[in-house]
Design a protein around this ligand. Structure first.
Ligand code: BG6
Length: 467
């Protein structure tokens, strides 16, 4: 059933994330009857329209921009739940009284969630402000990456959080984990007996996690200049994907077991070899509005990663992502070893013998295998086995990443969120690399990154673009 009554507090309610993701997600959950019946949304921002009507008009058009024409009756009932505090100062007195009023209206069993959709630089001061609120004693807090910018700042932020929120009440979002296709990696691996026995260095010889984006920075110069692609995408989304591909079978499907297995992987990561990491920047980035004309911020990263444990020893994981690239994809390729003996005649296509996971909104999994070409010989060709999730379950109601994760916060289920230990282990690993980043290489818009990156996986090259 729907979660307990909730007051959801969105700080940064006029920002990019709130408008593009949070409000559309909340409204859809509302329409699907997945939100609690008793529910209040308290919104605020440092810079916001001056009154509630203007704010609601902004939310309405944000939802419409995402979903097309919206059900006005549903909207009106949803909008009735929204209260708005035009701004908050350092003690947040007005905000606190709006939260208490909303909580009071819902009764004693109301839960409170703070969603921080704000720039990372203001996180600490906002956490301290919230710390003084009555509701904080039992509230949950939701944070967006990056969780600090290095080990030291991450630790400081964690200490501040821990002053007011126990680990069980901290929800760090990595929205990739909210994607149906990503959760399906767990189902594929652990709900079937046929994959786990071959899921190790004995049978797998490489993994590629490839997330090229076609979009450029789309006006988010401030964000990119202060974050860069390594912290925006690699240290978060791509390493979480790596964890989901690599983790050992959890004994249960809960936050504790999953975190335990993820942490074991992250502890076993070999410190990256800087000569096997390529940083790139697209031509024209420095001319983008708001970007420093001498900016050395990377908009592209490709790297080789090893996990030094009994399962993955010697298996290279190749990670790649960047802006303004040739295609928009999220593709994981698992390459299997060749059969020990070649009994079929003829040439063998190297890209057979791979499991390919397309992490699109319409998730697909392919097994590319060699198959006998029908006819009078034993000639082999490339065949494809295919699972399309939405075709397999046409009556299902897929949730978008933020829909799933917001719901999980309200249900109190941290399985798909990032733990403090994970964050700190990853920064510990990346600090030396980020202190002395590899040389920045240019690449033209619409390429697959700098040419140095094309050779990273050796002769075999990248799986993408598809041949
Ligand atoms: C965000 C990054 O977390 O993820 C963006 O900040 C990136 O830079 C985006 O474009 C990609 O997510 P999705 O779900 O659109 O592939």
């Amino acid at each position: 059933g729907p979660p307990a009554p909730h007051v959801l507090v969105v700080l940064g309610a006029t920002g990019d994330l709130a408008r593009r993701k949070l409000f559309p997600a909340l409204f859809r959950l509302w329409l699907l009857d997945l939100l609690p019946e008793r529910f209040h949304l308290v919104c605020s921002a440092r810079t916001a329209p001056e009154n509630r009507d203007l704010f609601l008009a902004m939310v309405h058009s944000a939802v419409e921009a995402r979903r097309g024409a919206i059900d006005e009756v549903g909207w009106q009932r949803f909008a009735d739940r929204i209260s708005f505090v035009p701004t908050f100062n350092d003690n947040g007195a007005e905000l606190e009284s709006a939260i208490s009023a909303a909580a009071k209206d819902l009764g004693s069993e109301a839960h409170c969630v703070y969603y921080l959709a704000i720039p990372p630089a203001s996180t600490e001061s906002v956490v301290r402000m919230l710390g003084a609120f009555d509701a904080t004693a039992s509230a949950k807090i939701v944070l967006e990456k990056p969780f600090g910018t290095n080990l030291e700042s991450a630790r400081r932020l964690n200490e501040t959080l821990w002053e007011f929120f126990g680990e069980g009440r901290i929800y760090r979002i990595d929205h990739f984990l909210g994607k149906e296709a990503v959760q399906n990696i767990l189902a594929l691996r652990f709900a079937n007996g046929m994959f786990q026995p071959v899921w190790s260095h004995q049978h797998i010889c490489y993994v590629q996690i490839d997330v090229p984006e076609q979009i450029d920075i789309q006006g988010r110069a401030d964000f990119m200049e202060s974050t860069g692609t390594f912290r925006d995408m690699i240290s978060t989304h791509l390493f979480q994907l790596l964890g989901f591909v690599a983790l050992a079978p959890p004994s249960r499907l809960d936050a504790w077991s999953l975190r335990h297995e993820m942490v074991k992987i992250f502890r076993s990561l070999r410190p990256p070899d800087p000569t096997r990491v390529v940083f790139g920047q697209y031509e024209g980035y420095r001319e983008e509005a708001g970007v420093d004309e001498f900016s050395d911020v990377e908009t592209f990263v490709a790297m080789e990663v090893y996990i030094d444990d009994w399962c993955w020893i010697g298996v290279p994981f190749y990670l790649r992502t960047g802006k303004a690239l040739a295609a928009a994809r999220r593709t994981i390729t698992i390459g299997f070893r060749e059969p020990p003996l070649k009994v079929f005649p003829g040439d063998v296509d190297e890209t057979c013998n791979e499991l390919v996971l397309e992490l699109t909104d319409d998730p697909k999994i392919f097994a590319d295998v060699r198959a006998k070409i029908p006819g009078p010989t034993f000639d082999l060709g490339r065949g494809r086995m295919r699972l399309a999730l939405l075709e397999a379950f046409p009556d299902s109601e897929p949730l978008e990443a933020y829909e799933r994760l917001l719901l999980d916060v309200m249900r109190g289920d941290p399985t798909l969120f990032i733990s403090t230990e994970q964050v700190e282990l990853l920064w510990q690993l990346f600090d030396p690399l980020l202190d002395e980043p590899p040389p920045l290489r240019r690449y033209p818009r619409g390429a697959w990154g700098p040419s140095e990156a094309l050779r990273l996986p050796g002769e075999r090259g990248w799986r993408l673009p598809d041949s």
